[in-house]
Structure formats: structure tokens, C-alpha cells
Design a protein around this ligand. Structure first.
Ligand SMILES: Nc1ncnc2c1ncn2[C@@H]1O[C@H](COP(=O)(O)OP(=O)(O)OP(=O)(O)O)[C@@H](O)[C@H]1O
Ligand SMILES: [Mg+2]
Length: 343
């Protein structure tokens, strides 16, 4: 069974819809495709599809297709016969045989070679394949669950993924919403990971997060989704140390430091020069003086807006990070963003 720490947490409408779709899809003996950004929980969802199916007490095999070179992937999936390649002394069963009567989770399925895709199509359609270097046809009954974070139809149109395999795999497609599209889940997950970390550190109680920390997490756009949230929370908690005050320092970027070696670009120009130069292409017009008469306040406001946008972009739209970047307090930054209708 799934381990306790593999619980799927969430109660946003988007998350509940997703759980509904999974419960309906799980008992069907059909291939499934799970699509979503990195760190959204695709692997947890694949496990749930297996454990809620009639195959729950049979094998659940997992294979990351990007982890192995083309030929190795084929022998890992389909097994091999002695002499199939140098070093293949004994016969070896592959993942499909190991997953017989159960499910096989193929992660990063978009990276599979064309020849492995061809074999995969046949095994999905007829349950048949040959081991690498073998001639006997092996028959298995395996439910395939694929996952990817690339656009498979686009890959198929570009000739990188077989259309026929995509049609077979995509009996139903489960698309996992990114965390920023289900903000109600952020603090629920943060508390969950926070409590687990506090237990690991043997704190007597978990004091929760301060208002400032909560706001910072709610404002952030989480490009790495739940995996990133888990890391950020665990880092905040172990650094908070005493387990008595609510956790208030949230560090989104562990590389952030005043001693960080400078990046070799001219991105610091804006902050460094007293008369700000062009902001990396985008704001080229604002460093030259207007041609004729002008409205100083309008020009200054336009320039100011560009600088706010720039600070936000440079800090991945994290307001807590953008404020010191622009030499402002958090409240000043929010005020400015509102003024320029950037919120
Ligand atoms: N809803 C959730 N509840 C609890 N934990 C979650 C949830 N979603 C994801 N996680 C946790 O986040 C981490 C990343 O999840 P997972 O490995 O399933 O993501 P993924 O979509 O497969 O990412 P990648 O595309 O990078 O492989 C794991 O530690 C997982 O346990
Ligand atoms: Mg994964």
C-alpha cells in the first residue's frame, strides 16, 4: 500500500475535481496519461490510480524513461535474453513482466525513443512483446500509466512522439493544476509539511507560521509547485530552530546571500547607475529624453511603472523579494504596485 507520507493533501475546488476524476478513472482497465508541471504530484496520482483500481494488490512498478539511454531503456522495460548485448549473460525479465496483472508507471514518457514507443504501442494494444535479443512472444496484462510535463500532442505534431501511441495512451488525460491555480491548498500543505518536519526535529509542538510568513507563501507563484513548497517549509522550520515562536522567515531561494558571487550580466545596471539606463531591452525608450515638450509627471510615472515591473520580473513575481531589490519596504512596494495597477 501507499506509505503514510504519500498522503495526497488538498481541499481546493480544483483539487477536489481532480480527486473525483481519479476515483472515476482508477477502476477502468485502460491506459491513462497524467500531465502537469514539475512537482505537482503526478507520481502520487499514478499511485492513487493503481491503489484505487482492482489491481491494487498486484505489482505497481515505476520507471523513469528519461533515466536510461535508449537501448538500456528497452532492455529494462522488456527484459533481455542471454547474448542480447555484451555482458548479457543471463536472461532477465523486464518491468512489463514484473508488473504483470498490476500497473506500470512510465514517468517522462515523452522522452522515449521511437523504437521503444513502437514496442510500447504493441504491448498496450495486444499485451505482447519480445525480450531484447529474443524471439519468443511474451504475453502480459499490464495497465500503463504515463506521465509527462511536456505537450505530447505538440511533440506528436513535431514528429517526436507517435500519434497512434498517443491515441492509445490518452484514453483519458488527467491534468494536474499547478499550485498557483489552487491557492486554498497552499497553507494546508504548508501546515502538513510543517508538522511532519517539526516531528522529525522532535519539537514538542508545531507553532505554525506567522502572518508575515503566511502572506509570503500565499503571494508566491510556486514554479516548482508542491515539491518546492515542501522544501521551502522544511527549510524555514529547521532554520527557525526553537519550536516556540511561529515560524516567520521564509526563504524561497536558498542561494540568496549578500556574498553570492555576482552574475556575469549587466542586470545590476539599473540599480547601480544614478541615471538608470535601459532595462534589458524592454524599456529602451525611457533612457532618452523626450523629443519635444513633455509632461514630467507622466514621464516619471511611466518610468516608475517600468521599474516596478522590472523588479517583479527579476524576482519571479515574489513581492517579498522584489521589495528589497527595489530598495523599498514590502508595504511601499505593494502601494506602488497598486498605484500602477500591477496587482
Ligand atoms: N497533493 C499533495 N499532497 C501531499 N504531497 C504532495 C502533493 N502533491 C505533491 N506532493 C509531494 O510533492 C513532491 C513532488 O511530487 P511528485 O514527485 O509526485 O511530482 P511530479 O509531478 O511527479 O514531479 P516531476 O514532474 O518533477 O517528476 C513529493 O514529495 C510528493 O509527495
Ligand atoms: Mg515525477
Amino acid at each position: 500500500m501507499a506509505k503514510k507520507q504519500d498522503q495526497i493533501i488538498g481541499d481546493s475546488p480544483a483539487f477536489l475535481d481532480l480527486m473525483d476524476q481519479i476515483s472515476r478513472a482508477a477502476p477502468l482497465d485502460r491506459p491513462m496519461l497524467v500531465i502537469g508541471e514539475r512537482g505537482t504530484g503526478k507520481e502520487l496520482i499514478a499511485a492513487r490510480l493503481h491503489y484505487l483500481s482492482n489491481r491494487w494488490n498486484k505489482a505497481f512498478q515505476k520507471m523513469n524513461c528519461a533515466a536510461l539511454a535508449e537501448t538500456l531503456l528497452e532492455s529494462e522495460l522488456f527484459g533481455y535474453e542471454p547474448g542480447a548485448f555484451t555482458g548479457a549473460r543471463n536472461r532477465r525479465a523486464g518491468r512489463f513482466e514484473a508488473a504483470d496483472e498490476g500497473s506500470l508507471f512510465l514517468d517522462e514518457i515523452g522522452t522515449m525513443s521511437m523504437s521503444a514507443q513502437e514496442k510500447l504501442l504493441r504491448v498496450i494494444e495486444y499485451g505482447e512483446f519480445e525480450r531484447v535479443g529474443g524471439t519468443d512472444t511474451i504475453t502480459v496484462d499490464v495497465r500503463v500509466i504515463g506521465a509527462t510535463n511536456i505537450d505530447l500532442p505538440a511533440a506528436a505534431n513535431a514528429g517526436e512522439f507517435r500519434h497512434d501511441l498517443l491515441d492509445r495512451l490518452a484514453f483519458d488525460v488527467i491534468t494536474v493544476p499547478p499550485l498557483r491555480e489552487r491557492r486554498e491548498d497552499i497553507m494546508l500543505l504548508a501546515e502538513h509539511f510543517g508538522m511532519a518536519m517539526a516531528r522529525e526535529l522532535e519539537w514538542l509542538v508545531f507553532p505554525g507560521f506567522s502572518k508575515k510568513a503566511t502572506e509570503a507563501m500565499m503571494d508566491y507563484h510556486w514554479p516548482g509547485n508542491v515539491r518546492e513548497l515542501k522544501n521551502v517549509v522544511e527549510r524555514a522550520i529547521y532554520r527557525a530552530w526553537d519550536g516556540e515562536q511561529p515560524v516567520c522567515d521564509i526563504i524561497f531561494d536558498p542561494f540568496e546571500s549578500p556574498f553570492r558571487p555576482p552574475v556575469k550580466t549587466n542586470r545590476k545596471q539599473v540599480a547601480a547607475s544614478p541615471t538608470p539606463g535601459p532595462i534589458q531591452g524592454e524599456a529602451k525608450t525611457i533612457d532618452k529624453s523626450p523629443d519635444g515638450p513633455f509632461d514630467l509627471r507622466e514621464e516619471v510615472a511611466a518610468f516608475e511603472k517600468k521599474l516596478y515591473e522590472h523588479a517583479m520580473e527579476e524576482n519571479r513575481f515574489n513581492q517579498r523579494a522584489a521589495a528589497p531589490y527595489a530598495g523599498l519596504s514590502y508595504d511601499q512596494l505593494r502601494h506602488g504596485l497598486k498605484k500602477h495597477e500591477l496587482l
